[in-house]
Design a binder for this molecule. Structure first.
Ligand code: PEP
Length: 244
């Protein structure tokens, strides 16, 4: 199996001072044989942390981007601007963006195309609600999200994040993750053929220092997208240490 990837999504948290301290602690605490590690600070902290990360193996990601390279889009940030800042990854279609900003699969797909064109690696999030999990329709939902959010020739990463597990402290069980990962792999192969076999699938949803080993040892789990626990250097480094 190729190296796992651990992505920290800082969301809308922290001052510039916090960001600098966190990055310093991560850079100095990174183990010698680390998996791929990426941090995704808020837009306002990207330029600040970029030099320290650039001098380290840790990659820099953003939490969203617009679908256009430039233009009249007040308040938005383009993938070209992110690439210009030294950003290499961008999280797209996070459930918080889908819920709070009404992002549809189609929007996410257009953003993924634009991000790739700008040289960024898109990390496209998909995931079902608690109701959809309980009613058993989650496979249909995830299948539609894959079909709708991933463009033809998708050259990025998928993050499976059950919405009910995000920020709740209640991660999906290893059985639920394993079963869903197999389903997602089959869907990716159905949609992309041979290329679907190598698309990395991350798990996200209350991954922490305590459950990282069991989550990251599930077959098909290519890494983790980490929210809350990525804001504390010790916790995030424990997750990094649990990866291979
Ligand atoms: C996330 O928001 O992507 C996430 C996985 O959050 P948490 O780890 O806090 O559940």
């Amino acid at each position: 199996m190729s190296r796992q990837i651990i992505v920290g999504n800082w969301k809308m948290n922290g001052t510039r001072q916090d960001a600098q301290a966190l990055v310093q602690a991560l850079v100095s605490g990174l183990p010698a044989t680390a998996p791929d590690v990426v941090v995704c600070p808020p837009f306002t902290q990207l330029a600040l942390v970029q030099p320290a990360l650039d001098a380290s193996p840790i990659g820099l990601g953003a939490q969203d981007c617009h679908k256009d390279a430039a233009g009249a889009h007040t308040g938005d940030i383009s993938p070209t601007m992110l690439a210009d800042l030294g950003v290499s990854y961008v999280i797209l279609g996070h459930s918080e963006r889908r819920q709070e900003h009404g992002e549809l699969d189609e929007t996410v797909r257009e953003k993924a195309v634009a991000a790739t064109k700008a040289g960024l690696t898109p990390i496209v999030c998909i995931g079902e609600t608690e109701d959809q999990r309980e009613s058993g329709e989650y496979e249909d939902v995830l299948g539609w999200q894959i079909k709708g959010s991933l463009p033809d020739g998708f050259a990025g990463i998928v993050a499976y994040e059950p919405i009910w597990a995000i920020g709740t402290g209640l991660a999906a069980t290893t059985d639920q993750i394993a079963q869903t990962m197999s389903f997602l792999r089959a869907e990716l192969v159905r949609q992309f053929g041979e290329a679907g076999k190598t698309i990395k699938i991350l798990y996200g949803g209350s991954v922490n220092a305590g459950n990282a080993v069991s989550v990251l040892s599930i077959p098909e789990v290519a890494g983790a997208l980490v929210g809350g626990a990525s804001l504390k250097a010790d916790a995030f480094l424990s997750i990094v240490n649990a990866a291979s």
